[in-house]
Write a protein that binds this ligand. Structure first.
Ligand SMILES: [Zn+2]
Length: 283
């Protein structure tokens, strides 16, 4: 009797309006978790999802950009002796005519710097190390992150250190601390940023799409209400055990995991709450 009580207490439903009888809550095995909260039935899960997603959509940006103290890329390149003053002036002049181009791109197209030098300078700007990934080998850690996120932020999980529970993330243009925070929340890991050549990263991200990967759905142009119904229905059909969700720059990332640890990712772009992406164009 004591044991049964303990189980029912442990398995209590997180839906405050739950109408299930305690015995049902206790015995029903089809419950699912959202984060650490357990919901006893499909109805309760539906309510829980609506609450969680509602919070995510209203949440202000979780992490401040650490961009304040960065030295402009042009100065960084000059101080390293990669380019001289006139080359920088010429590049800045060109950038005025093509404001959508980044300074680094322009300098490379002028033949003034190599990609290697740009990567080194950008890494110094962000105070992160440079990584030289094998351009032909897709790291195993890419399985952890949805393709849509890697593509959007031009980043690649390069290594997962199991002992330290640390995921090393390579960026190409700018370190996005908000997405790192989001990854930490979703996967329960620590992250470490580094910088890699953009051409190598873009190529590797492209290669991941040819691999066997967890299923992934990008959901645009649906309402938050439709999202809740979709995920709830999906969780029921696929016997999802756990749902994790996190938001970053107006995008909600949902991961549904079955008992057998099979993960499915959903990327949802909120129409009304869309937040501007950070601009990487100033370097
Ligand atoms: Zn319930």
């Amino acid at each position: 009797m004591m044991l049964k009580k303990a189980i029912s207490w442990l398995n209590v439903c997180a839906n405050s309006g739950c109408r299930a009888k305690p015995v049902r809550t206790r015995l029903l095995c089809s419950g699912a978790y959202i984060g650490n909260d357990r919901y006893c039935s499909p109805d309760c899960l539906h309510t829980g999802l609506a609450e969680h997603f509602g919070e995510l959509l209203q949440k202000p940006k979780a992490v401040q950009s650490k961009r304040r103290h960065r030295i402009p890329l042009g100065l960084e390149l000059v101080s390293r002796g990669y380019i001289d003053g006139p080359a920088l002036q010429a590049a800045l002049q060109r950038q005025k005519q093509q404001p959508e181009s980044r300074l680094g791109q322009i300098l490379m197209s002028m033949g003034a710097v190599s990609e290697d030098q740009i990567t080194t300078a950008v890494a110094a700007q962000w105070s992160v190390p440079v990584l030289r990934p094998d351009p032909c080998h897709v790291p195993e850690a890419t399985q952890l992150i949805p393709f849509a996120l890697m593509e959007r932020y031009k980043m690649l999980p390069v290594h997962f250190n199991k002992q330290q529970n640390r995921l090393h993330m390579a960026f190409a243009q700018a370190v996005d601390y908000s997405v790192l925070y989001s990854i930490e929340q979703m996967l329960g890991v620590k992250t470490e940023a580094c910088m890699a050549d953009e051409s190598v990263l873009v190529n590797l991200i492209g290669l991941t799409s040819n691999q066997d990967r967890p299923a992934e759905y990008v959901l645009n142009n649906i309402s938050a209400r439709e999202l809740v119904s979709m995920i709830a229905g999906y969780a029921l059909r696929l016997r999802t055990e756990r749902i994790n969700a996190s938001s970053c720059h107006g995008q909600i990332w949902v991961r549904a995991t079955t008992k057998a640890s099979v993960a499915t990712h959903f990327m949802f772009n909120s129409l009304s709450q869309r937040e501007a992406m950070p601009e990487a164009s100033q370097y």
